[in-house]
Design a protein around this ligand. Structure first.
Ligand code: AMP
Ligand code: MN
Ligand code: MN
Ligand code: MN
Length: 275
């Protein structure tokens, strides 16, 4: 069974609308799909109406930006009740944080000689919570660079000139909200944090201590050969295992919906006890 528990739509920084995403998942043979937009459940709600008739089983999800110490960490909430009041309140706080950070990014780009970026990114985001890819798209559209990746390399990426730190909520607070909304908390794309093995082990232990349930053992176009060691680290920290493409855009050829490598056959995925 093809499972993809990490995807994005226009309700955050993806480019397909929720129905377009669902149709592409069907066409790719995905049997179980979670829509996990950044700090938003608008897409999940939009799809809920189609859920009964959909050939793809839908898992309501979200990807929440959090912090463990000084490290920004993305936590997926899967099987959440998208109407839960504590979750709605968390989403409101995240939106406000994102707006404040986006204004600061806009000012920082002004200082670098690029005008109108905040309003440009705001317009591209529409109703979605503002995120750096909206700035990257504006910078490409306005001719300041040739690709979104280049915008991250020059201005928006970690440690670059217009990277603005954001005070994300602590992971334990976010895990509590996910649990109270009936969800499972999964640490997303563990290799994206670029930590040494020792630090990654400590991060997983801290996530477990924060109440975290599982680890994304396979994420997107993860390098071959990384799974066995991650599996060991996850087992040592008593975490379950999930899988997802982190799909944003059909033009991102490195990993399409459901295109991530399969979990090792001996590994039980978290969905096996939930579905
Ligand atoms: P934000 O949530 O505003 O911090 O933006 C994070 C999002 O930016 C991620 O979910 C990715 O979609 C995208 N992103 C982060 N780093 C890069 C990068 N180096 N190149 C392209 N996109 C990136
Ligand atoms: Mn993203
Ligand atoms: Mn992420
Ligand atoms: Mn993601």
């Amino acid at each position: 069974m093809l499972v993809d528990l990490h995807t994005h739509s226009t309700a955050s920084d993806g480019v397909l609308s929720p129905p377009q995403l669902l149709e592409r998942a069907r066409a790719k043979g995905v049997a179980l799909l979670a829509l996990t937009d950044h700090d938003s459940v608008d897409g999940v709600r939009a799809l809920a109406a189609n859920a009964e008739s959909s050939p793809v089983a839908l898992v309501p999800g979200i990807e929440v930006s959090t912090a463990i110490g000084a490290q920004a960490v993305h936590v997926l909430g899967l099987w959440i009740d998208s109407q839960h009041s504590a979750l709605e309140a968390l989403i409101d706080r995240q939106r406000a944080r994102r707006e404040r950070r986006a204004e600061a990014i806009g000012l920082s780009l002004e200082k670098a000689g690029i005008s109108g970026a905040f309003h440009g990114a705001r317009a591209l985001a529409g109703d979605a919570p503002l995120s750096r890819p909206h700035f990257a798209r504006y910078l490409v559209d306005a001719g300041h660079c040739s690709s979104e990746q280049q915008a991250f390399r020059r201005w928006l990426g970690k440690g670059k000139r217009c990277d603005v730190a954001c005070e994300w909520p602590a992971a334990d607070e976010v895990v509590d909200v996910i649990h109270s909304a009936g969800g499972t908390a999964v640490l997303a794309h563990p290799l994206k944090y670029r930590l040494t093995r020792r630090r990654l082990d400590a991060l997983l232990a801290a996530f477990r201590d924060a109440g975290g349930d599982a680890l994304e053992l396979v994420s997107g176009a993860q390098p071959e050969g990384t799974v066995p060691d991650l599996l060991k680290l996850g087992q040592r920290n008593q975490l379950g295992f999930s899988t997802g493409s982190d799909f944003h855009n059909p033009a991102h050829t490195w990993c399409d919906l459901g295109g991530q490598q399969a979990l090792p056959p001996a590994v039980r995925g978290i969905w096996e006890s939930r579905c």
